[in-house]
Every structure is written in structure tokens, then in C-alpha cells.
Design a protein around this ligand. Structure first.
Ligand SMILES: Cc1ncc(COP(=O)(O)O)c(C=O)c1O
Length: 243
């Protein structure tokens, strides 16, 4: 397979972008080799700078559910952009979009639009902390919720453990309020909540952890989690940024 142009672009990118990329997952460090540079997408296909054709199973990590360069989507973007791209004030489009989202998901009462998954999880956790007046949160080993400092935390060595920073630049102070437990193990969570329940603002998880190999929850696991949260006055946050 021809990759000359991708390699050339990667070497160019190294001059301007840290590790030549804008997200660690694109750096190919864990899989070896150098990243492929895409030139265009059409429907279910991506084409790289060397002309190779790929079936795209990723779809920009979810949002391109209608495929690349869908005609109707492009036309709607074009028509809207002609009226201006950002106002910095309230506008009717956000009201209409909010209404559409709520109609599509009956469990949603209100929405706040943000620019990234990281902002969404940060906002949800801040809300939970404000609401409960508690500081600590629980996350699950292997689940990823964006690059807020207190979410870049790995499990320590114990059973249900205080987090340790998972990245250079994250202080131990930032990690100390994040408790980490294994996913799909309700007993370990119960054990943690016995002493800690009343200090915990939120439990956050990917209900089906995409970042952990798309593992299904055990039967009744999510129901048990819901009950544990209700019993302990904890806010349960489902992070479905990648679903
Ligand atoms: C489950 C989950 N939550 C949050 C995020 C963070 O989203 P973003 O990269 O848009 O900040 C990701 C990103 O992959 C994710 O997979």
C-alpha cells in the first residue's frame, strides 16, 4: 500500500503540532507506524492522501451517522452558513435544536450544548458537586471521560482505590477526589460506598464502555447501580459521548 504522501505530511506536521497530531489517539504510538492522512470522505468511504480507499467503521467517532459529505447535510450547512456562522447571542436555532433533542429522547428534560465531550462530563460533574455539596466522584477502571485533570486518573493498588494521576501534569491533589473501581463488579462498589457513600457527589460511567472494549454490563448491573446511587444520594452520570 502506498503511504509516501501520508509520511511526508506526518513529517511536516511534526514541525507544527506536538507529536504531529491533535489527539493522542491519532499518534499511532500504541499501534506502531505513522498516522494516515485523510483527504476526503464520501458515504461510507475515506480516501487518504495517497489515494487509498477505506471503508470507514469509525465515522468520526460517531457523529457522522449519515456518512461523509451527505448531500442534504452539506446543503443544510451551506444554507445556514450563508446567514452567519456565530452570533454570540441567543438564537432561535438553539431553541429548535433543544426541542428536537428532547423530543427524540423522552428521558431528557433540558439540554446544555457544549463544544466537546470533555466539557459535557465536566459540566455534569460540576452540577452534581453543586447539587450534593460533596467533592468526591467515582469512575470505573478503563472508562474514559475526556481530558479534565480529575478524570485522567488511574486506579491505585487497592481494591477500590483512590486515584493516582494518569498523566504528567495532573497533580495528586486533582486526583485525590476521584475514586476508581472495577466495572461490572457491584460488590466492590458496595464495599466502597459503605464508608464513602455520603462523601460522593457522582458516579460516572460509560454504560457500555467503548473505551474498554465495548463490554456489556452484566444483567441487572445498571439497575443495581441506579439503586445504590438513590440509596446514597449520589448523582448517576451516563457518559454516552461515544456510543
Ligand atoms: C466516553 C467518552 N467521554 C468523553 C470523551 C471526551 O470527548 P472529547 O474528546 O470531545 O472531549 C470521549 C472521547 O473520546 C469519550 O469516548
Amino acid at each position: 500500500m502506498k503511504r509516501d504522501r501520508s509520511i511526508e505530511l506526518y513529517n511536516e506536521a511534526l514541525k507544527y503540532l506536538p507529536a504531529g497530531v491533535n489527539s493522542p489517539v491519532r499518534a499511532f504510538r500504541s499501534v506502531g507506524g505513522t498516522p494516515l492522512f485523510m483527504k476526503r470522505g464520501q458515504g461510507a468511504h475515506l480516501f487518504d492522501e495517497d489515494g487509498n480507499d477505506y471503508i470507514d467503521y469509525c465515522m468520526s467517532w460517531g457523529p457522522l451517522i449519515l456518512g461523509h459529505a451527505d448531500r442534504e447535510v452539506i446543503e443544510a450547512i451551506r444554507e445556514t452558513a450563508l446567514k452567519g456562522t456565530s452570533f454570540g447571542t441567543p438564537n432561535r436555532f438553539e431553541v429548535e435544536l433543544g426541542e428536537m433533542v428532547i423530543e427524540a429522547f423522552p428521558s431528557i428534560e433540558k439540554v446544555r450544548f457544549v463544544n466537546s465531550g470533555t466539557e459535557a462530563t465536566m459540566s455534569a460533574i460540576r452540577l452534581a458537586r453543586g447539587f450534593t455539596g460533596r467533592d468526591k466522584i467515582v469512575k470505573f477502571d478503563g472508562c474514559y471521560h475526556g481530558h479534565a485533570d480529575y478524570l485522567l486518573v488511574a486506579a491505585g493498588s487497592g481494591l477500590a482505590t483512590f486515584g493516582t494521576p494518569d498523566s504528567a501534569g495532573v497533580t495528586s491533589g486533582n486526583a485525590k477526589d476521584t475514586l476508581v473501581v472495577p466495572y461490572n463488579d457491584i460488590e466492590k462498589l458496595e464495599k466502597l460506598l459503605k464508608p464513602e457513600g455520603e462523601n460522593i457527589a457522582a458516579i460516572i460511567l460509560e454504560p457500555v464502555p467503548c473505551n474498554y472494549g465495548l463490554i456489556l454490563p452484566q444483567k441487572d448491573y445498571l439497575t443495581a447501580l441506579r439503586k445504590l446511587c438513590d440509596d446514597n444520594g449520589i448523582v448517576l452520570i451516563f457518559d454516552e459521548v461515544i456510543n
